[in-house]
Design a protein around this ligand. Structure first.
Ligand code: ATP
Ligand code: MG
Length: 242
């Protein structure tokens, strides 16, 4: 992976989707999960992807995260055309550009928060001392500087999600890609996590894309993209009551 596109400026295109289709075969039947979706997300945006169950949100999330490739159409991430890349190149692209946050936190049990957060840096070949130093910094950024040596089972749900967010930002990615990040949290803690995403977007300039059912989260984003039946039916500022 070259460093040519390292420093994208705010407002430059980060993700460009053009005529994206994703079809699955279920026996003899073809399921059309995404049907001709096009949009561009620029560096520094804060976007929620919403829509009813089965509308294609998770399918879109896998594509945006380079965990899957489209059946038709093109997706460019930071200037790389994703469908032209093999598995190893896709993994390299993910490691370099994307931090993932999932509903279920996905932390490693019996491993301290600092070592959970340091893990992506190990894959990036950073030495142990530097890994821990940067992990501690990321944990401080999410308000958990006092919990470095706790294991996940001794943390609250909100704290676990903060650890997962620290792990996602420790590599300083261009993009935070989140799948129902408040889905396992009560509304007060969900609101705290929502504020944290806003701060990270504002302070670090990291692009935030969140797939969510949570109307409180969606209405705080600057842009909502709504999918219905695999098609984009709305793209604009949050609408009250939608
Ligand atoms: N691997 C697959 N094989 C077959 N069909 C699939 C596959 N993945 C998704 N689908 C189908 O594609 C459609 C979109 O699914 P997707 O999971 O993207 O919806 P969603 O918007 O994330 O829904 P939810 O809000 O319930 O999570 C659904 O009809 C689903 O059954
Ligand atoms: Mg889903």
């Amino acid at each position: 992976m070259s460093d040519a596109t390292d420093a994208l400026a705010i407002g430059e295109p980060l993700m460009v989707l053009d005529g994206i289709h994703r079809r699955f075969m279920m026996g003899d039947e073809e399921v059309r999960a995404l049907r001709g979706v096009s949009f561009t997300i620029t560096k520094g945006e804060y976007v929620c992807i919403i829509g009813p169950s089965g509308s294609g949100k998770s399918t879109m999330m896998y594509l945006l995260g380079c965990l899957d490739t489209p059946s038709e159409g093109t997706y460019e991430l930071a200037g790389y055309e994703v469908s032209e890349l093999g598995d190893e190149e896709l993994a390299a692209l993910r490691n370099k550009y994307i931090g993932f946050v999932f509903q279920a936190f996905n932390l490693i049990p019996r491993t301290t928060t600092v070592d959970n957060v340091a893990l992506p840096l190990r894959y990036a070949g950073v030495g142990i001392g530097e890994r821990r130093r940067r992990a501690a910094q990321a944990l401080e950024r999410v308000g958990l500087g006092h919990r470095l040596d706790h294991t996940p089972d001794r943390l609250s749900g909100g704290e676990r999600q903060r650890v997962a967010i620290a792990r996602a930002i420790v590599t300083k990615p261009e993009l935070l890609l989140c799948d129902e990040p408040t889905g396992n949290l009560d509304s007060r803690v969900g609101a705290e996590i929502t504020r944290l995403f806003e701060e990270l977007n504002h302070d670090m300039g990291v692009t935030v894309v969140i797939v969510t059912h949570d109307p409180n989260l969606a209405k705080r984003a600057r842009r909502n993209i709504k999918l219905v039946d695999g098609q984009m039916v709305y793209d604009g500022p949050p609408q009250e009551g939608k």
